[in-house]
Design a binder for this molecule. Structure first.
Ligand code: ZN
Ligand code: ZN
Length: 376
């Protein structure tokens, strides 16, 4: 709120004395008087100076202006019939708004429909269910509209009556004497607690609240591709509203169980494939599990630990639709243990048959594994 402009118009400070204001006004009204000054805009200037002086020369109007700006000094907010500055005095900004808007923020219309509370429910999904989607039945207790009174809170055959104290407004006026005069405040009605209605004969099921706990079951369609932490909103499956307001919503929060075979990062599924060193050295065709069923995968000869293969389209779908992700298969060559004598002899023969070509690894093993993933 601009409450310095009038001072600016007169070219005085906010602390100017009444005398200074008067002097400034005289000087400026001479300067801009339409009879004297024929410049374009002089007349407007003159009017602005008049307006500013009218307010600042009156101690009460000046005080209002200092506190509330031009709207205050003119005695109304938007012309809505507010007259507090002329008469009984005023307590402060809050009081002005209270009398103006019927109670300000704390006291909205008590009879307005209000939506019920939202609820949250955690649903556990198997690894595969999250990938392919699932239908889950969830059961929970919620505050529902009372079936006995259909939400009115009054015993069947009776109805709530308008509160006799506040006449249905939910608020009452309280007058307080202050040095400035009578100050009127609005407070929440102490009889109906702001509801505006009184129930003389409460419903025995809900004790007048209009709500009762009820077991409730809904089927949740979990979309394919969900991940832990994602929420599915089911409109109207939360708790009952007030004053005929709609039900709140249910948020189903997904928790996906880990798989003992796979790991998942978004639409990508990771799988670790153990190979024995003969398969790795000579190559092989192996069955690799995927969530879409086993696939045959060709392992080329000389495959090293850490090598990663891609199985296109064998991952998880995006929850937003589109193509299926991929599965990445990372090889882990397992050194055999517990060899029998024949195997040991064969390996000795193998070693004697020629140089075993071990490429010196420039990078450490872990770097290579990391690189393989970085390429993905
Ligand atoms: Zn009831
Ligand atoms: Zn009341």
């Amino acid at each position: 709120m601009n409450n310095t402009e009038f001072y600016d118009r007169l070219g005085v400070s906010k602390n100017a004395s009444p005398d200074e204001i008067k002097k400034a006004y005289r000087k400026l009204s001479k300067k801009y008087h339409p009879d004297i000054n024929k410049d374009a805009g002089a007349e407007d200037k003159y009017k602005e100076v008049q307006e500013a002086y009218e307010t600042l020369s009156d101690p009460q109007k000046r005080a209002s202006y200092d506190q509330f700006g031009a709207a205050g000094a003119n005695g109304g907010f938007g012309g809505g019939g507010f007259g507090g500055f002329d008469g009984a005095g005023f307590g402060g900004f809050e009081d002005i708004f209270s009398s103006f808007f019927g109670g300000g923020t704390a006291q909205r219309n008590p009879n307005a429909p209000r939506q019920g509370d939202d609820l949250q429910y955690r649903v556990n999904l198997k690894f595969e269910e999250a990938i392919f989607g699932a239908e889950k039945e969830v059961s929970y207790n919620r505050e529902a509209t009372c079936r006995t009174c259909t939400g009115s809170g009054a015993k069947p055959g009776t109805s709530p009556v308008t509160c006799g104290r506040c006449h249905g407004s939910g608020v009452i006026n309280v007058d307080t004497q202050t040095p400035l005069g009578t100050m009127r405040r609005q407070m929440t009605c102490d009889v109906c607690h702001g509801r505006g209605k009184q129930i003389k004969d409460p419903c025995t099921t809900c004790r007048g609240t209009g709500h009762e706990k009820q077991a409730h079951t809904v089927t949740v369609k979990v979309p394919a591709g969900v991940e832990t932490g994602q929420r599915i909103r089911l409109a109207g499956q939360g708790e009952a509203g007030f004053n005929g307001g709609s039900y709140g919503d249910l948020y189903v929060v997904v928790q996906v169980e880990a798989s003992d075979k796979f790991e998942r990062e978004g639409t990508t599924i990771l799988y670790k494939l153990d190979l024995n060193f003969v398969q790795a050295a000579l190559g092989d065709t192996v069955h690799v599990p995927t969530v879409h069923g086993d696939v045959d995968m060709v392992i080329p000869e000389g495959t090293q630990t850490g090598k990663t293969f891609r199985l296109k389209g064998k991952g998880a779908p995006s929850i937003r639709g589109g193509a299926m992700g991929d599965q990445y298969v990372t090889v882990n060559v397992v050194t055999p243990t517990g060899l029998n004598d024949r195997q040991k002899a064969a390996l000795k023969d193998f070693a004697a048959a020629g140089n075993i070509n071990v490429h010196p690894q420039k990078k450490g093993f872990f770097d290579k594994v990391k690189d393989a993933f970085d390429e993905l």
